[in-house]
Structures are given as C-alpha cells and as structure tokens.
Design a protein around this ligand. Structure first.
Ligand SMILES: CC(C)(COP(=O)(O)OP(=O)(O)OC[C@H]1O[C@@H](n2cnc3c(N)ncnc32)[C@H](O)[C@@H]1OP(=O)(O)O)[C@@H](O)C(=O)NCCC(=O)NCCS
Length: 189
C-alpha cells in the first residue's frame, strides 16, 4: 500500500502532550469493544490518557512516547513503547524473545486509517527498537478489535495467547501478539 503522506516520527516533547492527549481521547474508544460502557472508557481516558498522565512517560526510563506528524506538522499518530515486559508482567511467559519492547499504544488519527501511515509508523518503531538491540516487539489488543488484529497479523505479529485488561473497572480480554525482529513481515519481500 502506498501512503498518502509520509509521516515524521520523533520522540514527543512537552508541547506535544496536548495534541497527543486529544488524539488519544478520540481514538481510545475505537479500540474498545462495542459493549464496553462509555463511563468505563471515559474513566480510563481520564486516568491514563490526560496530558498529566502522558507526561510521566517523558521522564520514565524505558518509556518512549512517539509523535508522528504529516509534512504539514499535524499530529497523525502516536505510539508509546515500554521496554521489556513492564507493560504487563503477567504476559512474560507468552513473550518468547528477549530483549523485547512492548508497544503499549499505537493510535492513528481516523482521518489516516487505511492510508498506510500505521505501517510506516510501525516500520519506524521496528527500526528504532531493532537498532537498540531488541529481538522482538509485543503488544496486546482487544479480542474484538478486528481492524487492529488484521493490521498486526499482516505486519508479521503472531498470536501468543490472551490477557485480562481492566478498562475503568471492567475486565476485557486482549489477544497478545509478538513479532520477532530480524525477520521480514509478510508481503515485504
Ligand atoms: C489499528 C490501526 C493502527 C491500524 O491502522 P489502519 O490504517 O487502520 O490499518 P490498515 O488500514 O492498514 O489495516 C487494517 C486492516 O483492517 C481492515 N479493516 C478496515 N476497516 C475495518 C473494520 N471496520 N473492521 C474490520 N477490519 C477492518 C483493513 O481491510 C485491513 O485489513 P487487510 O489488510 O487484511 O485488508 C488503526 O486502525 C487505529 O489506530 N485504530 C484505532 C486504535 C487502535 O485500535 N489501536 C490499536 C490498539 S492496540
């Protein structure tokens, strides 16, 4: 797929937190199952996706908040990387390769869905993490998030199992994925 715009992906700075929080509030509901109560979604956004909550990642060792911008400078996507299995230590046994990096968040502005930007941001994440010695990436996404699951499968992630994830007091089932680095994603030859 050819992307309509090639994003620039850079570590976020304090000035990015407002736009990232706004994008996060708009896109987190898209990753949730349709039956999840809106109050639970809002509670999660307030607790984890406010500018204050996101600012913690700028100063936490092993955490990397990334901002992807279009050539015009508009925020098109953001990602949060967390070294190792800190993202959810309960998943440690499912992740086969070390060192690994968790993709805690990967959210693309809906205006850019289907454009190929998500794959380009992921390519940057792969280069970034492989460049510092990671042997795999891992993540978890809701079992009902069909769009993300198709995207990750196409990008070479393999299902490893499931985990339970709390959103505003409601337990959800996520599918855990891992992609070994060094190999090619399907369709990239
Ligand atoms: C997940 C995400 C990053 C993927 O980016 P994208 O630009 O949508 O990805 P693509 O369009 O390249 O691929 C999506 C796949 O889902 C399919 N798809 C598109 N709309 C869909 C829908 N409504 N339901 C199910 N599948 C859908 C596409 O056809 C494609 O599959 P294919 O390659 O097998 O044809 C993006 O959709 C997003 O930010 N979603 C909201 C937040 C989210 O869920 N983030 C992940 C949390 S872990």
């Amino acid at each position: 797929m050819i992307a309509s715009v090639e994003p620039t992906v850079e570590p976020a700075v304090a000035a990015d937190l407002g736009p990232i929080a706004a994008l996060a509030a708009r896109t987190f509901p898209l990753a949730c199952p349709p039956d999840l109560p809106r109050d639970s979604i809002d509670a999660f956004i307030a607790r984890h996706l406010s500018t204050g909550a996101l600012s913690v990642h700028l100063v936490t060792p092993g955490h990397e908040l990334l901002a992807a911008r279009t050539p015009g400078g508009r925020l098109a996507a953001y990602a949060l990387l967390v070294d190792g299995i800190e993202m959810d230590p309960a998943c440690a046994d499912q992740i086969l390769h070390r060192p690994t990096v968790g993709i805690s968040k990967l959210y693309v502005d809906p205006g850019h869905h289907g454009s190929g930007i998500a794959a380009l941001v992921l390519d940057d994440v792969v280069r970034r993490c492989a460049g510092r010695g990671a042997r795999s990436l891992w993540l978890a996404t809701n079992v009902a998030n069909t769009r993300a699951r198709r995207f990750y499968a196409r990008q070479g992630f393999a299902e490893r199992g499931t985990r339970t994830f709390d959103v505003g007091g409601v337990s959800n089932t996520d599918v855990v994925y891992e992609r070994e680095l060094g190999g090619r994603a399907p369709g990239q030859d």
